[in-house]
Ligand binder design. Structure first.
Ligand SMILES: *[C@@H]1O[C@H](CO)[C@@H](O)[C@H](O)[C@H]1NC(C)=O
Ligand SMILES: *[C@@H]1O[C@H](CO)[C@@H](O)[C@H](O)[C@H]1NC(C)=O
Ligand SMILES: *[C@@H]1O[C@H](CO)[C@@H](O)[C@H](O)[C@H]1NC(C)=O
Ligand SMILES: *[C@@H]1O[C@H](CO)[C@@H](O)[C@H](O)[C@H]1NC(C)=O
Ligand SMILES: *[C@@H]1O[C@H](CO)[C@@H](O)[C@H](O)[C@H]1NC(C)=O
Length: 944
């Protein structure tokens, strides 16, 4: 009934709007602008005919793609083009000089196309122009001097083109410009000192150009400059002007690889300096001992010629994330005061990279906390690493910031498929289908080195800037790219089932008009794409004046959706009430675990029931022989996987305890962590960290939407090998896993591989009193067909090489995507045959895209050696790990996100090898072993 009413209203409005459009037919676009637009189109190449509706009608009243007009006629009686926005539409060809005719235009946006030719000087005629956005094209030629006379220009983004020639001196007239984004071009010559007159300039990004000459001392006079970023230019032999220490407002100074000489200036007077990078120059002398701002997150002075000792002023910097001093000539002792006074909470971490210096001694034992990474390789002090007990800090390492994805996927019933519905993982109502907007977004010059501690404040910053609720934003993934820049894939969810048309318009305008204020810590952003998905037709037809039919569709849909939402909410409320009544809490009996185990929590049954909505089937994510696995949310918001033993798989309390006690001693980032347990009369549960991306097997199946790229597979191989190596060599007592398989390699939200399910694991043989170690344990053969070591199968003698065999099979799965056994074919035999007949590449999984062939060859050869029949012919676990690490090092930089590709930009991906950062710094976590309780499935998530 109400539906009928809505449609009736809709019809009335539609009639009115037709009437309106007819009536308004008198308004037309300025004929000179129409002519100009036609010329502009003619000089573009539009392979996908994105501009086909430019064939007929009037630009403003027929709503030509990409064109937004003033909402009424101006004094000359015509409509005028206000915005020309053609973001990422596969356009090539040239920019026509006729652009200069669009004299009322405020936003000119051709970002992320393939346009070549030069920037027409006639753009300098568009006096109304506020945003000039042509970044991410193939534009060449010089910057026209005429652009310097645009009186209203707020932002000039020409980055990631091939622009050459100097920065025109005329740009010093851009009195209103706040943003100069000109990085990644071939701009040459000296930076004009006149620029420092610019009264409003906030961000000067000229990195990755061909600038020469010396750094003008006058740049210190910018009244408002926040970011000065000039990396990868060649100011041959220039020194860093001491005056730069007077830039009172500056937040970020980045002069990496600029051929600079002389001393590091005193920057202690810059009150809020957050990021300092002077690396890869030829700076000499000692590091100033004056203390930098409390706001500093990153200090990179690496790869210079700095001498003297590391000043004590680096201590007590409350926000420090990274201090990179590697490859200098620093001497003295390792400054332990740097970490002794810091308190790192949650996901904060600190990297201290002092590799390859002349640090010769330590003043006290080195005991940094787990989230501090200390790197001392290549210092004289490492010659005595054993005596000084600092071996772990003396390993060579490459440190890079981690990327990742943040929100875990819940398994929910499928959404309707008529529009691009999805579940918003953060929405207050679980499993509620709505249609998000997706966008590629990048921080061009962030003020930190590790995003993880800033994720939440980023969400607050962006949602408040957009006037949305916090739960409407999902950071699907993020990734560090060259720059360093931080690329993100974001989703914005409506507060109902759909955004209404004006809301989509508003959000889009916020992004494309740069109306979201810049943040001091996050710096300038750029938009890589904005995917309207189901909203597409609504938008392209909606005009700002009157209501187009598209807008009508939006409104009707919105109204229907609104009704649907309301009923969904009511249903949910009823269900919730209902389930509350049904939740009859079991009587809390005291846990029978005799002693408290450090780092492992004892949960009550009630806490478990609350976390899983009383073990509701909607929270179930897996099932195994021992019982079910649920996704739970603890009271503090932590998402966990809860394995609940079913009646019949319960074991004695003492065994259960022994096992948890054993697990609590295993700490490694490549092992799934045990968070806690629940042990009450007739319940046994283990609580693990939640592995948002399910098992490796899920990502190798043909129906997986986003197949893993080669480098990602290699990273997973590396992580798995490291986890197993830890079990074999560092766990005390050592442990053989006995059931390595692709479904037991889990992937966390950042796609870090973690070994799970020690259900069959056995303690490795320990030395007897004489110190001789028996080479194997005799056991009853257990494991999974296809992964079983043939020699173990025959002899029942379990050795570390049995895990090597199974891991070899996992490697073959990674390489081929095949199952270990399918249609009677055995993966080891198939690959061996292909390898021996020179047909190796025919079995490589084509879903992984391109890969470096010599790395593949090495990887296949390693996998096959692991899968030799004879135990002795297989490499040791340590050798396997080392070899995978070598292959990793050989792999050229490649994109590893399994997320979207918006690849018109040239930014190369820098991936963290998992050997970086947290390696050697096991997280406070623990893992699982020998229990019946654990022998079932792992918490897998079914990707929708
Ligand atoms: C027209 O645009 C101006 C500013 O651009 C705005 O203030 C005004 O409200 C708009 N009018 C309508 C009818 O949308
Ligand atoms: C437009 O630009 C050209 C070249 O920059 C200039 O000669 C011409 O006078 C300008 N026209 C107008 C109307 O400003
Ligand atoms: C910019 O501002 C300065 C000082 O306020 C003024 O002298 C100059 O004329 C202005 N330039 C332009 C192009 O408006
Ligand atoms: C940069 O300048 C150098 C020398 O001035 C020149 O050889 C080189 O080709 C230039 N690079 C680019 C990309 O223009
Ligand atoms: C610097 O630190 C102060 C005090 O913690 C804080 O109020 C301010 O917002 C910080 N500034 C930046 C740019 O982060």
């Amino acid at each position: 009934m109400s539906g009928a009413k809505i449609f009736l209203c809709g019809a009335v409005v539609a009639v009115l709007s037709c009437f309106f459009v007819q009536f308004a037919g008198a308004q037309i676009t300025d004929p000179s602008e129409v002519t100009a637009l036609k010329a502009i189109r003619n000089s573009l190449i539009d392979p996908f005919n994105e501009l086909k509706n430019w064939d007929s009608g009037d630009p403003c009243t027929s709503e030509w793609t990409g064109i937004t007009c003033y909402n009424s006629t101006l004094s000359d009686g015509y409509l005028h083009v206000q915005e020309l926005q053609l973001l990422k539409r596969n356009l090539s060809g040239n920019l026509s000089p006729e652009l200069g005719q669009l004299s009322y235009m405020k936003i000119l946006d051709f970002m992320w196309n393939k346009i070549n030719g030069s920037i027409p000087k006639e753009i300098g005629n568009i006096t109304a122009l506020e945003l000039l956005l042509v970044n991410g094209n193939q534009l060449s030629g010089p910057l026209p001097e005429e652009l310097g006379y645009l009186p209203n220009l707020n932002r000039i983004q020409i980055d990631q083109n091939h622009i050459s020639g100097p920065v025109p001196k005329s740009f010093a007239n851009l009195n209103k410009t706040k943003h100069f984004h000109m990085n990644n071009n071939s701009i040459s010559g000296q930076i004009p000192s006149e620029l420092s007159r610019l009264p409003e300039l906030l961000h000067l990004l000229l990195d990755n150009n061909n600038l020469t000459g010396s750094l003008p001392p006058e740049l210190s006079r910018f009244p408002k400059l926040l970011i000065l970023q000039l990396d990868n230019n060649n100011f041959s032999g220039s020194s860093i002007p001491a005056s730069y220490g007077n830039m009172a407002q500056l937040l970020k100074l980045s002069l990496r690889n600029c051929s600079l000489q002389g001393a590091v200036p005193d920057l202690s007077r810059i009150q809020q300096l957050g990021y300092l990078d002077l690396s890869q120059n030829r700076l000499t002398g000692s590091i100033p001992s004056s203390r930098l701002s409390d706001n500093i997150t990153t200090i990179d002075l690496s790869n210079n010629l700095l001498s003297g000792s590391i000043p004590s002023s680096f201590s007590d910097l409350p926000h420090l994330q990274r201090l990179s001093l590697e490859n200098n000539k620093l001497n003295g002792s390792v400054p332990s005061t740097i970490w002794e006074n810091v308190t790192l909470t949650g996901n904060e971490s600190l990297i201290l990279d002092f590799q390859n210096n002349s640090l010769a001694n330590i003043t006290s034992a080195l005991n940094p906390p787990a989230n501090v990474t200390l790197l001392l390789y290549g210092n004289p002090v490492c010659a005595n690493a054993n005596q000084l007990n600092i071996v772990e800090f003396c390993q060579p390492q490459i440190v890079q910031a981690p990327g990742g994805s943040t929100n875990s996927k819940i398994s929910c019933p499928p959404c309707p498929t008529d529009l691009d519905y999805e579940n918003n993982p953060l929405y207050p109502i679980p499993c509620f289908c709505s249609v998000p907007l997706a966008l590629g977004y990048r921080l061009k010059s962030p003020g930190f080195s590790d995003f993880r501690p800033y994720e939440h404040s980023f969400e607050e910053y962006l949602t408040s800037g957009l006037l949305l609720y916090l739960y409407q934003l999902e950071i699907v993934s993020f990734l560090w790219e060259e720059g360093p820049r931080l690329r993100m894939y974001l989703k914005l969810f409506p507060n109902a089932t759909l955004f209404n048309a004006s809301e989509v318009r508003r959000i889009q305008d916020m992004f494309t008009g740069w109306l979201i204020p810049d943040s001091d810590i996050f710096g300038p952003y750029e938009l890589l794409n904005f995917t309207l998905g189901s909203y597409g037709p609504v938008i392209s037809n909606a005009s700002r004046s009157g209501l187009g039919t598209g807008a009508m569709v939006g409104i009707v849909l919105g109204a229907v959706a609104g009704a649907a939402t309301l009923s969904a909410v009511i249903t949910m409320l009823i269900l919730r009430r209902h389930s509350k009544y049904r939740l009859v809490p079991k009587k809390r009996t005291l846990s029978r675990i005799p002693v408290k185990i450090d780092g492992v929590k004892d949960f009550t049954f009630e806490e478990m029931a609350l976390a899983t909505n009383n073990f509701s089937s909607s929270t179930q994510v897996g099932q195994g022989g021992y019982g079910k696995v649920y996704r739970g949310v603890l009271a503090d918001g932590t998402v966990v996987a809860i394995k609940r033993a079913q009646q019949g798989s319960l074991q004695g309390s003492k065994e259960f305890f022994t096992e948890i006690e054993l697990l609590s001693r295993l700490h490694h980032r490549n092992l799934v962590s045990l968070i806690g347990y629940c042990d009450e009369e007739d319940e046994q549960m283990l609580v693990y960290e939640f592995m948002a991306n399910g098992s490796l097997r899920d990502h190798l199946s043909a129906r997986c939407k986003e197949p893993l790229k080669f480098s990602m597979r290699l990273r997973i191989a590396l992580g798995s090998a490291r986890g197993i190596l830890y079990l074999h060599t560092e766990a005390d007592p050592p442990i053989f896993h006995r059931d390595i398989k692709a479904t037991n390699i889990l992937l966390d939200s950042k796609f870090i591989a973690k070994v799970a399910d020690f259900g069959l694991s056995r303690l490795a043989p320990v030395p007897d009193t004489e110190g001789t170690v028996p080479a194997h344990v005799s056991t009853v053969v257990k494991g999974t067909p296809g992964y079983l070591d043939p020699e173990y199968f025959l002899t029942h003698k379990l050795t570390d090489k049995s895990d090597v065999y199974s891991l070899g099979v996992v490697f073959l799965e990674l390489l081929t995507g095949m199952h270990p056994i399918s249609h009677g074919k055995n993966i080891v035999r198939e690959v061996t045959t292909a390898y021996q007949s020179g047909m190796m590449f025919s079995v490589i999984d084509s879903l992984m895209g391109s890969y470096p062939s010599e790395c593949i060859e090495k990887f296949v050869s390693l996998a096959l050696r692991c899968c030799q029949d004879e135990t002795d012919a297989r490499p040791s676990m340590a050798e396997v790990f080392r070899e995978v690490e070598n292959i990793w090092r050989m792999t050229p930089e490649v994109d590893v996100t399994p997320s979207e590709s918006t690849a018109t930009d040239a930014g190369k991906t820098v991936t963290p090898p998992s050997s970086s950062l947290a390696a050697g710094n096991p997280y406070v976590s623990s893992d699982v072993s020998g229990s019946n309780l654990l022998s079932g499935a792992i918490p897998t998530i079914t990707p929708r």
